[in-house]
Design a protein around this ligand. Structure first.
Ligand SMILES: NC(=O)c1ccc[n+]([C@@H]2O[C@H](COP(=O)([O-])OP(=O)(O)OC[C@H]3O[C@@H](n4cnc5c(N)ncnc54)[C@H](OP(=O)(O)O)[C@@H]3O)[C@@H](O)[C@H]2O)c1
Length: 322
């Protein structure tokens, strides 16, 4: 089978399209013939070495396809079943072996590309708005990178929860997408001071929660956007890691809460995984949640997809096709 492998971490040129032996499922695993692979920002952290993995490795954390073999003791899925998963390394490939409990069976009305959008970015938006910070009717959320993969989904789910959403984006075109997704206000954080604008939009009170995936360039000001007892959810670092942080600042700035969540800990068991997947699949099938699959690339062209994602030139989801 073909796969994208990394022998030495680095830029997009580190992605090598290679031939590998077909993997055999071990006990508790299923083998998936992959139809659609989700591109995610974590792929860039792993490719660059910011999140170190032992080399050589097959990149990728999300895919959808069809089960074609199962290992001993598997009862959660059967050969022939359409499934999707996330948070298991090795999805930039024609086949992958995956712990069977991590596979969500797909309803007939959710296609592989949609599923490869929902399992990582969709699940993340779901847990951020329901579990990390349980958004309530009338609360205000600030969502950075609002036209990105997670961003466009998080806006929609936050609106379903009855929140008011302020989004930040880098361009006018991205602002339009965030508005179309339901954002009440959009700030061009490359041209406007997002702290001053957020204060203006909240009568100087600040927001209840900031969902910050940008990190280095936004974190300090994000804290100042919060009202007393507000919560900063630092869930990514597209602009670079946030430096060491003095906890005393949380008190001085208004008894704030801070958390650094990961999807792994919000899909701890099969029941939690399937409950989130059920919501996402139903909302997508009914049209309540709209997916933007902006671009698809052949798997062998993954390097080009990485250049665009890292260069802030994508919106919504990018899917790779093996
Ligand atoms: N913790 C978790 O469980 C979890 C799960 C999924 C994703 N994430 C995180 O969520 C974030 C979004 O992931 P995604 O896959 O949906 O990506 P994405 O939002 O589609 O792409 C990243 C976006 O970040 C913004 N950005 C700001 N400064 C940047 C910079 N210096 N370089 C690159 N991008 C910059 C860009 O939007 P603008 O051009 O509008 O600024 C860019 O489009 C990532 O930080 C990712 O690690 C975390």
């Amino acid at each position: 089978m073909k796969a994208i492998r990394i022998h030495k971490c680095g830029g997009p040129e580190a992605l090598l399209y290679e031939e590998l032996a077909l993997p055999e499922p071990k006990p508790g695993e299923a083998r998936v013939r992959i139809e659609a692979i989700g591109l995610n920002y974590v792929d860039i952290y792993q490719r660059s070495g910011l999140y170190p993995l032992q080399t050589p490795f097959t990149l990728g954390m999300e895919a959808a396809g069809v089960v074609d073999a199962v290992g001993a003791g598997v009862s959660d899925v059967k050969p022939g079943e359409r499934v999707a998963y996330a948070m298991v390394p090795g999805s930039y490939a024609e086949y992958a072996t995956v712990p069977a409990w991590r596979l969500a069976p797909l309803p007939a009305n959710v296609n592989a590309q949609a599923a490869a959008t929902l399992m990582l970015q969709g699940m993340t938006a779901h847990y951020l708005a329901h579990s990390t910070y349980n958004l309530k009717q009338g609360e205000t959320a600030l969502v950075h990178a609002a036209a990105g993969g997670v961003g466009l989904l998080l806006i929609q789910i936050a609106k379903m929860r009855g929140a008011r959403v302020i989004g930040t984006v880098s361009t006018e075109a991205k602002a339009q997408l965030a508005k179309n997704a339901g954002a009440d206000h959009v700030i061009l954080y490359t041209q406007q001071d997002f702290l001053a604008e957020t204060k203006k939009l909240t009568d100087n009170k600040g927001v209840n929660v900031v969902y910050d995936s940008v990190g280095a360039t936004t974190f300090d000001k994000s804290l100042d956007c919060l009202r007393p007892r507000g919560c900063i959810v630092l869930f990514g670092q597209s602009s670079g890691p946030v430096p060491a942080f003095e906890l005393g600042k949380l008190g001085a700035k208004g008894s704030l809460f801070i958390t650094r969540p990961s999807l792994t800990h919000y899909t701890l068991d099969r029941a939690e995984l399937l409950a989130r997947a059920k919501d996402l699949f139903e909302w997508t099938a009914s049209g309540k949640l709209k997916l933007r699959i902006e671009k698809t690339f052949a798997l062998k062209d993954a390097a080009e997809a990485h250049r665009l994602l890292e260069g802030r030139m994508t919106t919504g989801k990018v899917v790779l096709i093996p």
